[in-house]
Write a protein that binds this ligand. Structure first.
Ligand SMILES: [Zn+2]
Length: 274
């Protein structure tokens, strides 16, 4: 939705119109080339999506940039969403079914799938976001700050918190909050955009302008660019870290091609030790 429409169409109506548009577009593009496991339909094409900036190419940032065959026409899931879904349903890993999941800043397509599947997969599914004016929030979404999560210690078996930490100045405090609310043995999926050619995370909190953040970090509201030391940063805040490559998920190549994930994208899975 463009900025003008956003200003004049109430947020809830905008949400309904978006879903209607996706439904019509999904029917129009139905076909056989791609399969979207989040909406459960097949399509003749996925759309390009994401945006490019010079730093994204120069630093070979994973989890950012423009990709072909990225967006599902029917539910707008991205390659990143479909990769997380593959991990959640993988028989090689033991994520679902589970007791309690906290999904922070939920990706809409992943959220819809979890919401639809929760009676079989989860006893408790809570979505949490930080409030931003002008957005529509479902009534079951909890509004809170990741630096002060309003839940008791050891409340959740799973936390999904993707592409959030790069927006937060006190990211290590956020990591400790996630650690605190996980049960012993609980797992988190903590994706960030990162550069495999950057040895040490680059952050400079004095870089605050939109132009400079785009130039150095790859997005107007990112406060750092994570490097190869991202797993160490997670470990130093208590977690065990496993780096999961798509080919470790136990799916055949044909399936991974049909859901069109980025083969270079690894998943950072953290565990709170028992
Ligand atoms: Zn879809």
């Amino acid at each position: 939705m463009n900025a003008l429409a956003k200003k004049f169409i109430p947020a809830k109506l905008g949400y309904v119109l978006r879903n209607l548009k996706l439904t019509i577009r999904g029917i129009y593009y139905s076909g056989k080339k791609h399969y979207c496991p989040l909406c459960g339909h097949s399509y003749r094409r996925f759309f390009s999506g994401g945006f490019d900036l010079p730093v994204i190419t120069e630093m070979q940032i994973i989890g950012a940039g423009r990709r072909n065959d990225n967006i599902c026409p029917g539910c707008a899931s991205t390659d990143r969403d479909r990769l997380i879904h593959a991990l959640l349903i993988s028989k090689e890993f033991d994520f679902l079914p589970s007791d309690a999941l906290l999904h922070i800043a939920p990706e809409p397509a992943l959220y819809s799938w979890l919401q639809k599947s929760k009676s079989e997969l989860l006893n408790k599914y809570i979505q949490g976001v930080k409030y931003h004016e002008g957005f529509y929030y479902n009534s079951d979404v909890r509004l809170f700050d990741l630096l002060a999560i309003p839940f008791d210690n050891e409340s959740f078996d799973l936390v999904i918190c993707n592409h959030v930490l790069e927006h937060i100045e006190a990211d290590q405090k956020a990591m400790r909050e996630i650690y605190r609310i996980l049960k012993p043995g609980g797992k988190g999926i903590l994706q960030v955009p990162w550069s495999p050619i950057l040895e040490k995370t680059y952050e400079d909190l004095s870089i605050t302008s939109v132009e400079d953040r785009e130039k150095y970090f790859g997005q107007f509201d990112h406060v750092r660019l994570y490097g190869r030391d991202y797993p160490e940063r997670l470990k130093s805040n208590g977690f065990e870290v496993q780096i999961v490559e798509p080919n470790m998920l136990g799916f055949d190549e044909k399936y991974l091609l049909s859901i069109s994930i980025n083969p270079k994208e690894v998943i950072f899975v953290v565990t709170k030790q028992v």
